[in-house]
Design a protein around this ligand. Structure first.
Ligand SMILES: N[C@@H](CCC(=O)N[C@@H](CS)C(=O)NCC(=O)O)C(=O)O
Length: 234
């Protein structure tokens, strides 16, 4: 049995999402850095694993899976003791409602802000402040709904944390830091709970370029490159 491998990049929201769930479910894993700065994710060898040329993906003893939310659901199903997906039909339906809201209401806008304030900056392009302002306003309106939901229950799908809460986590700190907005923390119910980091979330990302092996009780890090891999700069 080989340790599960998470292929990704420290500054990627999808990688962060998958890593958070691995930590939360206490699943040992090896984080393998993909050299996105040099286009490793577009290489033929990578496209064999992830045909869309995106990060992250996992290799669980030869079982390859991509799409960060699908990875999270697989981990939750494989380790049901993590209690991240409710099984009671009504609780499960509320979880699915919250998970759909994340994809339909939150991520589309939040990812747009991140692309503008962070993605473009990383590529040396100039961000468009009008786009950032419009998207921030749109997200602010969605956060009013989140604030109302979180005024009634502790977490998005009830009073227990679920994968739906974890799906939201990676965007908030990036938006707060890079878009220089306090729209998340200004709403009291959003600020106190589920869009804010939990300990499992704060374990990631490691310093850029670090190769990490996580096992509950101890995490090893090194900057060694993967055998056969190129040197890492990003
Ligand atoms: N829905 C996918 C999105 C994956 C995605 O867009 N990853 C970004 C980094 S966060 C990426 O690989 N971008 C490079 C590209 O699309 O070429 C997931 O959740 O895994």
């Amino acid at each position: 049995m080989e340790i599960l491998k998470l292929y990704g990049y420290a500054k990627s929201t999808g990688t962060w999402r998958a890593a958070t769930v691995l930590y939360e479910a206490k699943v040992p894993f090896e984080f393998v850095v993909v050299d996105v700065m040099h286009g490793e994710h577009k290489s033929p060898a990578y496209l064999e694993k992830q045909p869309f040329g995106q990060i992250p993906y996992i290799d669980d003893n030869g079982f390859i899976l991509y799409e960060s939310r699908a990875i999270c659901r697989y981990i939750a199903a494989k380790y049901p003791e993590s209690n991240l997906i409710p099984t009671d039909p009504k609780k499960n339906a509320l979880f699915e409602q919250a998970a759909s809201s994340e994809y339909a209401n939150f991520e589309t806008i939040a990812e747009g802000i991140i692309t503008e304030v962070w993605g473009k900056r990383t590529m040396g392009l100039k961000e468009d402040q009008a786009v950032i302002d419009a998207k921030t306003l749109a997200l602010d309106a969605k956060l009013n709904a989140y604030n109302a939901i979180l005024g009634k229950t502790k977490y998005l799908a009830g009073d227990e944390i679920t994968l739906a809460d974890l799906f939201h986590l990676p965007h908030a700190p990036i938006i707060e830091e890079h878009a220089k907005t306090d729209i998340m923390v200004r709403k009291p119910n959003v600020a106190r709970s589920s869009l804010q980091p939990i300990p499992a979330f704060q374990k990631f990302p490691p310093a850029v370029g670090l190769h990490v092996i996580y096992a509950p009780g101890g995490t090893k890090t090194s900057s060694r490159a993967r055998p056969g891999g190129r040197s890492r700069t990003g």
